[in-house]
Write a new protein. Sequence first.
Length: 86
Amino acid sequence: MESERGSLPDFLRAEILALIFALLVQGAGLVWWGSQITSRVTVLEAKAIAASHQAEDIARIDERTKSIDEAIQRVEHRLDGQVNAK
């Protein structure tokens, strides 16, 4: 009698096993989802780093363009002075 009292009916045992299986499958899905998020974040971080380098390059090119423009204006000013002096 003691062993019968402590054991579960077959239908309840099957439901518990199904519940455990469902929880394991959901846990595996959660791990898979988390790994997908991690890989996406890694890709986005790499793109952000590349974009920051591009922004730095654009800033340098902008400064070079400004200095070239200033040099051209100085040359034009000198040429204008030479033309007016003649």
